[in-house]
Design a protein around this ligand. Structure first.
Ligand code: NDP
Length: 315
């Protein structure tokens, strides 16, 4: 039978390019989990993804109720689940004030981490039940959360501290909208959320890989400088960033190439190892990359898991 993969945020950028790479093969059915149904439907059509190979389903990660509703709807579709890709994200580098999810969490960490945390915890059962030979749960990471890299050292740097802001519910009323309890900084909140994504993947691996056989993975697909992720940045940045990445850092990758990379992590038999953070070299060959000290801190991963469980109502 065909494999079935859910990709969050498949209405643009990396998620859409991955839906195309996987959806045009015919061996997989792609469930595009998107907050804007019409945008996703139009995007899939304009890229020519064959109609029988995809379904758009509504998911707003900035609402825990919507996440639960999505899981119910997916189960009602009767499809087995063979792979889940947590890809959607928001990045608010120029925001002066924090904004919040329906449940009152700061928007970047609320969407990128907590929404996906609940989604992947609930869908773990569905993955367990699948009889597909290779089952995978992938959470998209980023170089920017890794302070062992040049890009990760551009201030403000990611730092989760002792998670006091997260424990307080990530809102200014109780404590702070930032995980470490500090002042709001949109660029840092995004980087922190990516550290959470990479820690969550490893905690999944430690808790569930042996028992379930599911491969848990994260990746940095390269700098896809033209995606919507940078839509909230100042115009000058948006003009200069793509050529800067292309010619100076040489980290630039096209949406199409990045989509092919993520598609490999979903279905390539040679990328089936669990607990890995994948990257690609300049010749586009995949390799197992090293995470920063904080992004591979097992004690922090455990604590993050426990606090997140409480916030999303699982504990
Ligand atoms: P895009 O902005 O193009 O894509 C983000 C997607 O997330 C969009 O489809 C967006 O939906 C969706 N989304 C945002 N908020 C929600 C929500 N509340 N509920 C559901 N979906 C939502 O950016 P990219 O393609 O660049 O980003 C994809 C992933 O790649 C992210 O995880 C990012 O961290 C990662 N990444 C990107 C890099 C880059 O250089 N661009 C580098 C490394 C990692 P909508 O279309 O409705 O806005």
């Amino acid at each position: 039978r065909k494999g079935n993969v859910i990709i969050t945020g498949a209405s643009s950028g990396l998620g859409l390019a991955t839906a195309k790479a996987i959806g045009e093969s015919g061996d997989w059915h792609v469930i595009m989990a998107c907050r804007d149904f019409l945008k996703a439907e139009k995007a899939a059509k304009s890229l020519g993804i064959p109609k029988e190979n995809y379904t758009v389903m509504h998911l707003d990660l900035a609402s825990l109720e919507s996440v639960r509703q999505f899981v119910d709807n997916f189960r009602r579709s009767g499809r087995p689940l063979d792979a889940l890709v947590c890809n959607a994200a928001v990045y608010l580098p120029t925001a002066k004030e924090p904004t919040f999810t329906a449940d009152g969490f700061e928007l970047s960490v609320g969407t990128n981490h907590l929404g996906h945390f609940l989604l992947s915890r609930l869908l773990l059962d569905d993955l367990k039940q699948s009889d597909y030979p290779q089952k995978r749960l992938i959470i998209v990471g980023s170089i920017t959360g890794n302070t062992n890299t040049l890009a990760g050292n551009v201030p403000p740097k990611a730092n989760l501290g002792d998670l006091r802001g997260l424990s307080g519910g990530l809102n200014s009323l109780n404590c702070s909208p930032m995980i470490d309890g500090g002042e709001f900084d949109g660029a840092k909140a995004y980087k922190d959320s990516k550290v959470c994504n990479m820690l969550t993947m490893q905690e999944f691996h430690r808790r569930f890989h042996e028992e379930t056989g599911i491969a848990f993975a994260s990746l940095y697909p390269g700098c896809i400088a033209e995606t919507g992720l940078f839509r909230n940045h100042i115009p000058l940045f948006r003009t200069l960033f793509p050529p800067f990445q292309k010619y100076i850092t040489k980290g630039y990758v096209s949406e199409e190439e990045a989509g092919k990379r993520l598609a490999q992590v979903v279905r390539d038999p040679s990328l089936s190892k669990s607990g890995v953070y994948w990257s690609w070299n300049s010749a586009s060959s995949s390799f197992e990359n090293q995470l920063s000290k904080e992004a591979s801190d097992a004690e922090k991963a455990r604590k993050l898991w426990e606090v997140s469980e409480k916030l999303v109502g699982l504990a």
